[in-house]
Design a protein around this ligand. Structure first.
Ligand code: CP3
Length: 348
């Protein structure tokens, strides 16, 4: 297996700058849209292990990448706990009956949810087998805070007002929900690892909505519990935490016990390094909108990032957030080739 992605996470010397792309499998690829068109809705596709495996492998066949990510979604957990989930084109995920009361939280199932997620573990093992040890496979979940954001609000939002109202007006209620999500997430990730995931990434997409101290209380503490659980039960499996908008909190993130932090493009990797030194690996952080630019400008942007990180073996190239659905795949190729050309190329 080409292990440079795991080497960066595990603090081992490697020969090339490792890279993968958040949302590397998805609508920007015509071959993904083709597979997706055979399914009436997104969750039906997620429940088909063969389809998940096929689309997870598509970006590896097109680009020279160093990791694959399981094809699924972060909202599998709330659905398995009993919430009705629909993905509406143009709107995104929508939950019926958003969480507004202790009663609703008490009705969320934690006992059988793990078994209802067997389709995800099947997707992991099917994909793991099909990759044939070319590259490692990343398993993932959403942070409890980010899952709660959708469950309380009912849908995506700029402000997530209901969620933040609950945080300040009924903090115990929200913490009760976060506890339940944490409990299920620990076992969920453990099952993904047992099914073949080589590394774990926790997506805290909405952590940046929090203040510096509520971030610790309502998001980081729960991610830390999950990280510690993985470290205890699967000590060889590295964990990456990605809080979008969390650049200024990297010192706290590094103290959680994680192996790496994802960073968005609001802070430079050099600045980020200042917070963590080499205690953890850093992953990021090209602005995904840079891929709308000319080939020359993409190359310049890639070079600018690599100029400070090329020789750091705890650096993993990625975008600062997922690739947008209307990006031309040829532009992704330009980026990938630029990373190979201008990244670290030590002889082994
Ligand atoms: O290669 C990969 O990374 C694919 C696997 C993956 C998906 N979602 C597939 C998907 C991963 C890692 C996710 C994570 C995810 N899902 C996050 C965290 C990362 C981030 O981008 O912030 C979040 C917040 C979600 C929730 C979600 N799922 C939203 C908001 C949406 C709709 C909006 C959108 O971006 O499309 C989804 C649907 C979804 N998840 C799609 C894909 C490929 C598109 C649905 C379709 O094809 O019909």
């Amino acid at each position: 297996m080409r292990t440079i992605y795991l080497d960066a996470l595990k603090n081992k010397k490697h020969t090339h700058t490792p890279m993968w792309i958040m949302r590397q499998a998805g609508r920007y690829l015509p071959e993904y849209r083709y597979v997706r068109s055979k399914f009436q809705n997104f969750m039906t596709m997620c429940k088909n292990a063969q389809a998940c495996c096929e689309v997870a492998l598509q970006p590896l066949d097109r680009f020279d990448l160093d990791a694959s990510i399981v094809f699924s979604d972060i909202l599998t957990i709330p659905e398995a706990m009993g919430m009705k989930l629909e993905f509406i084109p143009g709107t995104g995920p929508v939950f019926d009956n958003p969480i507004q009361s202790d009663k609703q939280i008490s009705l969320l199932d934690t006992k059988y949810a793990i078994d209802k997620l067997t389709y995800v573990y099947d997707a992991v093992s099917t994909t793991k087998q099909a990759i044939k040890n070319r590259v490692p496979l990343i398993g993932f979940c959403g942070s409890p805070w980010t899952l709660a954001a959708y469950m309380v609000e009912g849908h995506g939002s700029k402000q997530f007002t209901k969620l933040r109202q609950m945080m300040y007006a009924q903090p115990k209620m929200l913490q009760n929900l976060l506890d339940k999500l944490t409990q299920v997430t620990c076992i969920y990730l453990s099952e993904q690892i047992k099914s073949g995931a080589d590394a774990i990434m926790i997506f805290d997409t909405w952590g940046g909505l929090l203040s510096h101290h509520t971030y610790q209380i309502f998001s980081l503490n729960y991610m830390q519990t999950i990280t510690q659980f993985i470290k205890t039960h699967h000590p060889d499996t590295p964990v990456t935490l990605f809080t979008k908008g969390g650049g200024l909190w990297l010192d706290k993130i590094a103290q959680s016990g994680c192996d790496a932090a994802g960073i968005d493009w609001s802070i430079s990797i050099k600045q980020a390094r200042g917070f963590v030194n080499d205690s953890i690996a850093l992953q990021g952080n090209l602005d995904p909108a840079a891929l709308y630019g000319s080939d020359e400008s993409i190359i310049q942007e890639v070079k600018a990032i690599l100029s400070t990180q090329r020789d750091n073996h705890r650096y993993i190239f990625n975008l600062g957030h997922g690739v947008y659905p209307d990006i031309n795949p040829d532009k992704v190729k330009v980026m990938v080739e630029a990373v190979r050309e201008f990244g670290c190329k030590n002889q082994s």
